[in-house]
Design a protein around this ligand. Structure first.
Ligand code: NCD
Length: 318
């Protein structure tokens, strides 16, 4: 079980075997978590710093818990109160933190590419917790683990990703991961929320939920990312729900055992009907959150193995 890289910046850099290894390890951590068994030796002696330049609830909590369960010293920086407000650049902040010798740096930033840039300036392991519209690799991995556990496999599935694709790093990372594992991905949403040239990613594009959802195994809903919209992308939320919001009637077009997913936070009554989101027979939204902790434990465990191997004196195996 290994990752070839020092950092986890995106799904784009991962080989299918690395994805499988990471999910296998995360599966074990999910079971340990259910039994309340912690392995505090795994990251013992290592320092994890979380830097969230954009707000986050579940991702930040999940990384924090994952680090603590594996015994790391975890510090979460309140970036809105940091020296960035005094005009310090991202790179200066990174260099300052780097001088404190962290081992794992978890970063979320509003600009696509910011986390990659930062990774070039530090000598610890960097984990991308979401950069702009670019990537959110641990989200795609936790989605993959949730799908694999629910469906018993992660290949040859029909997966529909619905809604605001254009602004979504979750969609991008999922399209890459599901494609690498040989699934068929359909994107459903209004043309105004569909990125140009997206069909080059090997996906099928629909603007009609009934057609797009026909016989799919997995329905992944996305949040309308209003904070990234600078104009009128949708006529009204009411109209949007009518055409693209997932409810029982639209879900009836999917396979009878199709699962419903959402990365959170949800706009109930906008992209998803609240009752359906809470229906434990169809919705795996809470399982996604649970798998999030396990996936982040696995990712940090594997990156820490690389760190230790790189730091070990030559000729010593760790
Ligand atoms: C997503 C994100 O921040 O990219 N949320 C998350 O990480 N759970 C999706 C979103 O904000 O809509």
């Amino acid at each position: 079980m290994t990752l070839r890289t020092q950092h986890l910046l995106g799904i784009e850099q991962l080989h299918p075997d690395e994805i499988r290894s990471l999910l296998d390890l995360a599966d074990q951590y999910a079971e340990h978590n259910r039994r309340g068994e912690w392995h505090r030796d795994v990251l013992a002696g290592l320092t994890q710093i979380n830097m969230f330049f954009e707000s986050s609830t579940r991702t930040q909590a999940s990384f924090e818990l994952a680090g603590k369960r594996l015994g790391a010293d975890v510090m979460s920086m309140a970036m809105s109160q940091s020296s960035l407000n005094k005009g310090e650049t991202l790179i200066d902040t990174a260099l300052t933190l780097n001088a404190m010798r962290p081992d794992l740096l978890v970063v979320r930033h509003g600009q696509s590419g910011a986390v990659d840039l930062l990774a070039q300036k530090v000598n610890c392991a960097v984990l991308n917790a979401g950069d702009g519209r670019h990537e959110h690799p641990t989200q795609a991995l936790l989605d993959a683990l949730t799908i694999r556990r629910a469906k018993g496999r992660l290949h040859r599935l029909n997966v529909a990703i619905c809604g605001d694709i254009a602004h979504s790093r979750v969609a991008r990372s999922n399209i890459l991961l599901l494609g690498k594992m040989e699934n068929r991905v359909r994107l459903i949403g209004p043309p105004t929320l569909m990125p140009t040239g997206i069909a080059d990613f090997g996906v099928e594009v629909y603007d009609d939920m009934a057609k797009g959802l026909k016989d799919v195994d997995v329905v992944m809903m996305l949040r309308l990312q209003k904070e990234r919209m600078d104009g009128g992308f949708i006529p009204s939320e009411r109209e949007y729900f009518h055409r693209y919001g997932l409810d029982a009637a639209k879900l009836a077009h999917a396979k009878p055992d199709a699962i419903v997913m959402h990365p959170g936070p949800m706009n109930r009554g906008v992209e998803i009907d609240g009752t359906l989101a809470d229906d434990i027979n169809r919705s795996v939204i809470q399982t996604q959150v649970e798998m999030g902790v396990a996936v982040r434990m696995a990712a940090m465990d594997l990156l820490a193995r690389n760190l230790r191997a790189a730091r070990a004196p030559k000729g010593v195996t760790v």
